[in-house]
Design a protein around this ligand. Structure first.
Ligand code: NAD
Length: 533
């Protein structure tokens, strides 16, 4: 994302760490939580950094009885990360024999260990296995089931979540929330009417790294943000292979079309390679871009965008004579390259509609020179979030300032809310300087992507808060401790991703209708623009 020397990256990381430390020592807030108080609570012991910052704590009650639906690539990561102190896994369900077995045996690596290695053979042997979510729900009472984690193909999120809520279960579903916006609205209304919790796995809401970065942004450290550049670039071309085009494992080859029909799939290839087809997936924007548009909109205060336009194309896969023996020809329907431009309102947009922040997002399949991340360009500084694992900060080198840019260390001369002009960065004259302490927290060295935390908070909210705490049909509420990616927040991410797809398909600039974001209105981008896929 940015051609930086190792020294510049190191300076950027230390700048970020120092600025976070300065801000955490002051009276600053993020997501309604006072960070100094939260950090005091951590120092006093008993609470993890993330729990304190995200407004929940130890469960101190019976663990929530949960089933995992979909134990494929992502389901296995979630099984691996599941918080044992909050959650008791009572069952798993998957249509594929290969993935039912994989849930227990894992992949032989640390990311997907499998339940036997994670929990021990005795505990794992008590976990029941079902061939589908429907079969699981038939046994919900004897299992004492309270909640589900859904990690299935996009097309199935809404039908499975609705079936589970109909059965009285709380739902944490993977992103994108649903394949269409009317489906998102149905899910929100179902959760509200049945008094159930519904949350979606955009894990950046539960990343301490992102929360620290957002705290700097919300307290004005970057000044006025005029541009965010986000991207996810991968190289799936020669000599690599496409991670989205998977082989059909031997044990899955006998799954019949008739068996899959009740679950919406035409055949086993569509079940396994669901990301490649319009019916079952939402393309690069849904799978990758939604995460980064989620991040960009967090930094912009979760305001809704004004408009989107872009280009999407099948520029690599399916083109004759590309790669050896036309290996790259397949029948995929989704674009393999996208570039979209979102217009967001700037802080003074109400007074002057030329005050905009432009967010660009690109995803390509043939070059990963700068892999993935987001760069936030403010009038006072630049923030670089790299691959969800690192954050860097540099002061802007403005006219008349004491310096800045990627070679200079900085310190924060006012980190106190309400201080004159808010926090201000100053640059050292030299490229060398002291390393800055991280304030005794573990966020800088032990970066969690947020999966564990989102599951912890889900369980904590089920036991201690209930749906009244953060009703699913309300817009974002900064009240401390509410689920951070509830139905309304997640639907906004889905609206951005799916409307970007529409803009690319129709080759036009689409303005976002505020009613699309209102779960009580039936308005939806697909309905207004005449495309229902
Ligand atoms: N948050 C993240 O960073 C992240 C990362 C990767 C994937 N995901 C999301 O996770 C979800 C799953 O992705 P994946 O890569 O694991 O896909 P996958 O194809 O590897 O696994 C999906 C599994 O769901 C099963 N399934 C489908 N319908 C079912 C039903 N009715 N009942 C039971 N099982 C059913 C399939 O048999 C399959 O094993 C997707 O929504 C994806 O977008 C999120």
């Amino acid at each position: 994302m940015a051609a930086l020397t190792p020294e510049q990256e190191q300076i950027g990381k230390e700048n970020f760490s120092g600025a976070v430390h300065a801000m955490n020592s002051g009276d600053t807030k993020s997501g309604g939580v006072n960070r100094r108080d939260a950090l005091k609570a951590i120092a006093a012991g008993g609470v993890g950094t993330s729990a304190a910052l995200f407004g929940y704590s130890e469960l101190k009650k019976d663990r929530v009885r949960v089933a995992f639906i979909g134990t494929g690539d992502e389901g296995n990561i979630l099984l691996n990360e599941h918080p044992e102190a909050y959650m008791e896994i009572v069952a798993i369900a998957d249509l594929r024999p290969f993935n039912r077995e994989r849930a227990f045996k894992g992949d032989g690596n640390d990311v997907r260990k499998g339940l036997i290695k994670k929990l021990g053979g005795d505990v794992a042997s008590k976990i029941k296995t079902f061939n589908s979510h429907k079969e699981l729900l038939e046994h919900k009472d004897e299992l004492g089931l309270e909640a589900v984690v859904i990690a299935t193909p996009l097309m199935t999120h809404a039908p499975i979540a609705l079936d589970c809520m109909e059965a009285g279960l709380h739902v944490l579903t993977e992103k994108l929330m649903a394949r269409t916006i009317p489906q998102c609205k149905e899910m929100i209304r179902s959760a509200r009417d049945k008094n159930l919790l519904l949350t979606v796995g955009h894990q950046r809401h539960y990343s301490v790294l992102y929360d620290n970065a957002n705290n700097l942004v919300q307290n004005g450290m970057l000044g006025d943000i005029k541009h965010i550049r986000a991207q996810w670039h991968r190289n799936n071309s020669f000599p690599n292979s496409d991670s989205w085009q998977k082989k059909i494992e031997k044990v899955d080859q006998d799954i019949t079309d008739a068996e899959l029909d009740p679950f919406g799939f035409d055949n086993v290839n569509q079940l396994i390679n669901w990301r490649l087809y319009e019916k079952t997936g939402g393309g690069l924007m849904a799978e990758l871009g939604s995460h980064q548009m989620d991040a960009a909109s967090i930094f912009l205060g979760k305001v809704h965008p004004i408009a989107v336009s872009g280009f999407g194309g099948k520029n690599f896969y399916g083109i004759e004579n590309v790669g050896p023996k036309d290996k790259w020809k397949d029948n995929r329907e989704i674009d393999d390259q996208i570039f979209v431009i979102f217009e967001f309102p700037g802080p003074h947009y109400e007074q002057n509609n030329r005050d905009k922040c432009i967010v660009t997002y690109s995803s390509i399949n043939t070059n990963k020179f700068e892999p993935y991340g987001e760069i936030v360009y403010g009038t006072r500084g630049t923030l670089f979030m790299k691959t969800e694992k690192e954050a860097m900060l540099w002061k802007e080198d403005g006219r008349g300032s004491t310096g800045g840019g990627p070679d200079q260390r900085l310190w924060v001369i006012s980190g106190t809310e309400g201080g004159a002009g808010g926090p201000v960065m100053e640059a050292y004259e030299t490229t060398s300087g002291p390393k800055v302490a991280t304030g005794g927290t573990d966020w800088a060295t032990n970066v969690s992507r947020g999966y564990r935390e989102e599951m912890e908070h889900f369980c904590y909210a089920i036991r201690n808060q209930g749906p009244d705490y953060w009703p699913n049909d309300q817009p974002v509420d900064p009240k401390a401790g509410g689920l951070r990616c509830n139905g309304v927040v997640a639907m906004a991410d889905a609206i951005m991703a799916l409307t970007a797809n529409l803009a690319m398909e129709l080759q036009t600039r689409i303005e976002f209708n505020p009613d699309w974001f209102d779960p009580n209105s039936d308005a939806a981008p697909e309905l207004e623009h005449g495309v229902t896929a």
